[in-house]
Design a binder for this molecule. Structure first.
Ligand SMILES: Nc1nc2c(ncn2[C@@H]2O[C@H](COP(=O)(O)OP(=O)(O)OP(=O)(O)O)[C@@H](O)[C@H]2O)c(=O)[nH]1
Ligand SMILES: [Mg+2]
Length: 686
C-alpha cells in the first residue's frame, strides 16, 4: 500500500484519568466506520486499550495509536494514559502530535488536573480543543466546568458548543458559531432541530462572547462588533479556525463518548480547527525551520517505542521531512549509531499493524526493528545532520527494589530490563547508593507496578519486589581501648593473634578510618593489613541492628605475636574480635539517612504539605514562591524511611499536581523508640 496523498492530521487525545478519552476515540472510529462497532472499557474491547495491562486495569497504561479516513483526510489519534503516573509518557507522545483534544469530565473540580498537560501543550505551541465529556452523567455541570476552564487558562478558552440538556436529558448541542441546534443520534451523528426556546437568550450571550474573543485577534471583526454588524458566518468560521491553529483560542466542545454523542461534530471540528500535518511548523535544535519536502532528506522523530516479544521492536515516528521507505537505511543522529535498514513500515490500529511501503512528511507510522532507536531520537537518511530539539525528561519519584525469583534468571533479567527501558524511557534503573539493591524507578507506584508486570508477561522473568531497604547505619558516641586475642590450638600448628585497638567516634560524615601506632614490631608489619581487614569486616555489622558502623576511627597500638602460630588469618580474627567486644561498649546509636526534599505545589496546598512533612518528622528549611507562577517550593530535611512512598500521599493532597525531588543529605541519630522498633524488625527478618 502506498502512502495516501490525503491531508493527514495527528491528534493527541489527552486529559485526566477516566475522563473518557479511550471511549471517545472508539466513538470517533465507529462513526467513520474504521471499527464496526464501539468497543467498551468494561469488555476490554476498545481499539486503543489493547495491551493486557490496560485491559486488566480498565485504564490506559501506555500510549497507543489508531487512524481513520474522514472526508478525504486521514486522522491519526494518539490515545494517552491520563493517570498521573504516566504523565511523562503522555508528554513524550505529544512529540508526534500536531494538535490535541483535551478531554475533561463535566465537573469543575477536575479542571486543575489538566494544568500540567495544558502547560505541555502551550510550551510546544500545540493547538488544542477542549471536549467537556460524560455530560450524560448525573453530576455533569457544563457551565461551571467552562468557567473553571476560563479561570484556569484564561479567556482564550471559548465555548463553541453548548449542551442541550444534561445528565439523562443530554440529547444534543448548540453550535455557537451559527447558533443552530442539533440532536444526537446513537450512531454518533447529529441532525439539526429548532433551537429550544429556553436556550435562546443564553445562546445569544455565548455567541457574543465567542465573537468578542475572536475580535481580540481580528481588527475587522472587532470593528463590525463595535458597529453592531453581525459578521458573516464564513468570516467567523475562518477566524475560529485560524486562531485555533495559532493557539490563540481554545474552543470548547461537548460530548458523551460512551453514547456516541458528539462524535461527528468532533470529527468535523478536527478537520476545521486542527492543522493538517503539513501546516504544522517544525524546527531543528537550533530553531531553524525544517522544510517538509517529500523529496528532501529524511528527518523523523521517534515518539513511542513498543516491543512485541514475537514481532520485535516498533519505533513510532513522526516523519518531518523526506519519504521513509523500507529499502532506505536510516541513522539515529541522537545516538550516532551505524545506519540501519527498517524491518518494515506499518500503520497502527491499536495492536493491529498494516504494512505500508512508504511514508511522507506528516505521517505517524511505525518502523520495525531499528535496534538503536529510542523515544525522543532523531532519525535521518545518511548524510543528514539536522538534529531535532532534545527531549527533557522529569526525574523519577518512586522506586521498587527487584531481583529475579530464580537465580538462573539473572542474565535474562538484565536483558529484559534493557528492553523494558527501550520501551519506556521514563523508567530508570539504579543500584541504590548504600544498599546496592537493584531498583526500578518510575513516576508512581502504578507506573512501576505496570513495568514489573510487563517484565513478567513479555519476557517471562518472575520478579521479587520489595520496598527499597532504608539504609540505616550505626555509630558510636564514646571511645574505648579494647583487647582482642585469638588463640587456638589444633593438633599441629596453632593460631595466635593479639591486638589492642583504640576506638574513637568521628564526626558525622567522616567515615571509617584505620591507623596503626605499633612500636617495636609487637605486631609485625605483614599482619597489620589483616588486622585492618578484620576490623572493617566486623564494622559491616553493627551491634544494634546489624547495620554498618560509620564515622569511627580505629587505631592499632599494641599487641603480641607468636613466631610459629601467628598468621594473617589469626590477626584478622583478633581484629574482628576486638571490634565486636569494644563497639557495644561505646554507646552505640542507630542512624537514619536524612534526605533533602524540594516539593513543588500550587500555593493553596503549601500549608498541607508543611503539615505532611512535619508529621513525617521533617524539618522545614524554607518555603518560597517557585519559578512557576502560583506554585511554591517547600525545602525540608526528612528521614528517608518516611518519604520513600511520599508521592502517592502528595498527589492525593494536591489532585495530582504536586511533585518533588530528593537527594541524600546526611545521617542522623534515630529517636530511641524508633531505633528499638528498627532493631526488632531487623532481628526478626534476618
Ligand atoms: N457515563 C459515561 N461514562 C463514560 C463515558 N465515557 C467513558 N465512560 C466510562 O468512564 C470510564 C473511563 O473511560 P475511559 O475511556 O477508559 O477513560 P480514559 O480517559 O481513557 O481513562 P484513562 O485511560 O485511564 O486516562 C469507563 O468506565 C467508561 O465506560 C461517557 O460519555 N459517559
Ligand atoms: Mg484511556
Amino acid at each position: 500500500m502506498g502512502q495516501s496523498t490525503s491531508p493527514l492530521r495527528n491528534v493527541a487525545v489527552i486529559g485526566p484519568h477516566h475522563s473518557g478519552k479511550t471511549t471517545l476515540i472508539e466513538a470517533l472510529l465507529a462513526r467513520t466506520g474504521a471499527v464496526p462497532r464501539r468497543g467498551t472499557i468494561a469488555e476490554g474491547s476498545t481499539t486503543t486499550d489493547c495491551d493486557p495491562e490496560s485491559i486488566t486495569r480498565q485504564q490506559s497504561c501506555a500510549v497507543s495509536f489508531a487512524w481513520t479516513p474522514y472526508h478525504d483526510n486521514e486522522i491519526t489519534f494518539i490515545d494517552t494514559p491520563g493517570f498521573v503516573d504516566f504523565l511523562e509518557e503522555t508528554k513524550l507522545a505529544l512529540l508526534g502530535a500536531d494538535a490535541a483534544i483535551v478531554v475533561i469530565e463535566g465537573i469543575p473540580g477536575r479542571v486543575a488536573q489538566v494544568t500540567a498537560l495544558v502547560e505541555a501543550l502551550q510550551a510546544r505551541k500545540l493547538p488544542h480543543l477542549f471536549v467537556v465529556n460524560k455530560l450524560d452523567r448525573p453530576e455533569a455541570n457544563f457551565t461551571a466546568t467552562l468557567h473553571a476552564l476560563r479561570e484556569q487558562f484564561g479567556n482564550h478558552v471559548v465555548a463553541e458548543h453548548l449542551p442541550i440538556g444534561l445528565g439523562e436529558r443530554f440529547s444534543g448541542y448548540v453550535d455557537l458559531v451559527n447558533q443552530s441546534a442539533y440532536a444526537y443520534d446513537q450512531s454518533g451523528g447529529a441532525a439539526e432541530i429548532t433551537l429550544p426556546d429556553e436556550l435562546v437568550t443564553l445562546v445569544r450571550e455565548e455567541h457574543a462572547t465567542l465573537l468578542e474573543a475572536l475580535g481580540d485577534f481580528d481588527d475587522h471583526l472587532l470593528e463590525e462588533l463595535i458597529e453592531g454588524i453581525e459578521p458573516p458566518l464564513d468570516e467567523v468560521e475562518l477566524d475560529l479556525s485560524h486562531e485555533t491553529h495559532e493557539d490563540l483560542v481554545a474552543p470548547v466542545l461537548v460530548a458523551a463518548g460512551m453514547l456516541g454523542f458528539g462524535a461527528e461534530p468532533l470529527l468535523d471540528a478536527i478537520l476545521r480547527l486542527c492543522p493538517a500535518s503539513d501546516e504544522a511548523p517544525h524546527v531543528d535544535a537550533e530553531g531553524r525551520a525544517i522544510d517538509p519536502d517529500p523529496k528532501g532528506p529524511v528527518i523523523a522523530l521517534v515518539c513511542k517505542t513498543t516491543i512485541h516479544p514475537q514481532s520485535g521492536k516498533l519505533s513510532v515516528v513522526r516523519v518531518i521531512s523526506g519519504t521513509v521507505t523500507s529499502d532506505r537505511a536510516l541513522v539515529d543522529l541522537t545516538r550516532g549509531t551505524p545506519k540501519e535498514r527498517p524491518g518494515g513500515l506499518f500503520r497502527l490500529m491499536g495492536k493491529r499493524q498494516t504494512p505500508i511501503e512508504q511514508a511522507a512528511p506528516g505521517s505517524l507510522i511505525a518502523i520495525a526493528r531499528l535496534e538503536h532507536a529510542r523515544t525522543g531520537d532523531t532519525l535521518a537518511s545518511e548524510g543528514t545532520k539536522v538534529l531535532l530539539p532534545a527531549v527533557k525528561m522529569a526525574e523519577q519519584v518512586f522506586a521498587v527494589a527487584i531481583r529475579p525469583k530464580e537465580r538462573l534468571d539473572e542474565a535474562k533479567l538484565s536483558q529484559a530490563l534493557q528492553r523494558l527501558l527501550d520501551e519506556d524511557p521514563t523508567l530508570r534503573l539504579e543500584r541504590a547508593r548504600f544498599t546496592n539493591e537493584l531498583e526500578i524507578l518510575g513516576h508512581g507506584e502504578q507506573h512501576v507496578q505496570v513495568a514489573c508486570e510487563r517484565l513478567s508477561r513479555k519476557y517471562n522473568v518472575k520478579l521479587e519486589t520489595h520496598v527499597p531497604t532504608v539504609p540505616y547505619r550505626e555509630a558510636i558516641q564514646s571511645g574505648i581501648e579494647v583487647h582482642g586475642r585469638y588463640k587456638h590450638q589444633t593438633g599441629g600448628h596453632g593460631q595466635f593473634g593479639d591486638v589492642w585497638l583504640r576506638i574513637e567516634p568521628r564526626e558525622r560524615g567522616h567515615g571509617v578510618t584505620f591507623g596503626e601506632k605499633v612500636v617495636g614490631g609487637v605486631v609485625p608489619r605483614q599482619f597489620i593489613p589483616a588486622v585492618e581487614k578484620g576490623v572493617r569486616e566486623a564494622l559491616e555489622r553493627g551491634p544494634l541492628a546489624g547495620y554498618p558502623v560509620i564515622d569511627i576511627d580505629v587505631v592499632l597500638y599494641d599487641g603480641q605475636y607468636h613466631a610459629v602460630d601467628s598468621s594473617e588469618q589469626s590477626f584478622k580474627t583478633a581484629g574482628s574480635l576486638a571490634i565486636r567486644e569494644g563497639v557495644p561498649k561505646c554507646q552505640p546509636v542507630l542512624l537514619e539517612p536524612i534526605v533533602k526534599v524540594a516539593v513543588t505545589v500550587p500555593t493553596q496546598y503549601t500549608s498541607g504539605v508543611l503539615s505532611q512533612l512535619t508529621a513525617k518528622r521533617g524539618h522545614i528549611l524554607s518555603f518560597n514562591g517557585a519559578e512557576k507562577t502560583g506554585y511554591d517550593v517547600v525545602l525540608a530535611l526528612v528521614p528517608h524511611g518516611e518519604i520513600a512512598r511520599y508521592i502517592t500521599e502528595l498527589r492525593t493532597l494536591t489532585q495530582g499536581l504536586g511533585t518533588y525531588r530528593w537527594e541524600h543529605d546526611h545521617f542522623e541519630v534515630v529517636p530511641p523508640k524508633l531505633a528499638q522498633q528498627v532493631a526488632e524488625t531487623t532481628v526478626s527478618t534476618t
